[in-house]
Ligand binder design. Structure first.
Ligand SMILES: [Zn+2]
Length: 327
């Protein structure tokens, strides 16, 4: 059976481009995939590798020996750089330059997947440049990046660019269900079309408690005597404070959408009834002010301010916004 991810690839812009290039026998020697969804970028590179090497009419078929080998990361003609959690450095580039001279073992082409090229050093990019400029006909480079501004222009100009967009909420839901992830519905709502986020959330056992806390801030935080209690709860999730702040923004967004009668666009569908019950407490000015405060807290955390003081002032500021913006 084909995986959901295979279907996602086949309905993508990337598939259309590669398919056309294969059909016209015009496969480029280097493709640069860019998009902010890191997991999707990497997954697309693997699917493209299958697409190029599969050879079946409905490539990537996901069923032939080649596709299966690639899915299980044991195809000898595919090299992935850099090693997980490392950056692409000169040693990686050197290894590729040398390896390019060796013909593929089992397939017509040899494929180099280079992940997170936004972190590649300038020296490593320069080292790779000559190989990309004068490629061996058997070689295809699949480079992915979250930020193409970090890629040297000389490399950019030699790659065919593919923009990797988002995944629909429905497909994320199917992907999570395929992996037997609990509460796939909630996670697919919260991850708003971002596969990386969906995977992170599914690995984070605290996510439901964090989501619940974010909703309860809007439901129950009404006076300053509760700040201590909420502050304590926030700090207990300090390792996931970013996720908590994102959840707070999502709840504010949902309340604004519900107030505007746009039920279909809300993120926390599982909590729609609860949010509808508190609609009258909020007005748009208040919600904007709250979101502003959350963004400010986020910036302070990024510049390493003390988390306890950031959380305390955020909670006080949310209360103040509720009080000041009352009509
Ligand atoms: Zn295949």
């Amino acid at each position: 059976m084909k995986s959901v991810l295979n279907n996602i690839y086949k309905s993508s812009f990337a598939y259309t481009i590669i398919n056309k290039d294969i059909q016209n026998n015009m496969l480029n020697h280097a493709y640069l995939l860019s998009g902010d969804d890191d997991a999707l970028n990497k997954f697309f590179c693997v699917e493209i590798a299958k697409h190029i090497l599969c050879g079946n009419d409905d490539a990537p078929c996901d069923e032939c020996v080649t596709c299966k080998k690639i899915s299980h990361s044991n195809c000898v003609d595919i090299k992935i750089h850099p090693e997980k959690n490392k950056n692409f450095v000169v040693e990686d580039a050197n290894a590729i330059v040398d390896d390019c001279l060796i013909k593929p073992y089992e397939n017509e082409k040899k494929i180099y997947i280079i992940n997170n090229f936004e972190n590649a050093t300038i020296q490593a990019q320069n080292k790779l440049l000559k190989t990309i400029e004068e490629p061996n006909g058997c070689v295809v480079f699949l480079i992915n990046t979250k930020n193409s501004n970090k890629v040297l222009n000389t490399i950019l100009s030699r790659c065919k660019k593919i923009f990797v967009g988002n995944v629909s909420k429905e497909n994320i839901n199917l992907f999570l269900k395929e992996k037997n992830i609990d509460k796939a519905d909630v996670i697919s709502n919260i991850s708003v079309g971002n596969l990386t986020k969906a995977i992170e959330l599914s690995e984070n056992e605290e996510i439901f408690k964090i989501n619940e806390l974010a909703i309860s801030v809007f439901e129950s935080l009404i006076n300053s005597s509760q700040v201590l209690e909420y502050s304590y709860k926030f700090i207990s999730f300090s390792a996931h404070i970013q996720t908590l702040l994102e959840n707070l923004i999502n709840v504010a967004y949902d309340i604004a959408m519900l107030k505007n009668g746009k039920q279909n666009t809300i993120i926390n569908k599982h909590a729609q009834k609860r949010l509808e019950n508190i609609l009258n407490i909020y007005n748009i000015k208040m919600l904007n002010k709250i979101v502003e405060q959350i963004n400010e807290a986020n910036l302070k955390l990024q510049s390493n301010c003390n988390i306890q003081s950031v959380v305390d002032s955020l909670l006080m500021n949310i209360l103040e916004a509720k009080y000041k913006c009352k009509q």
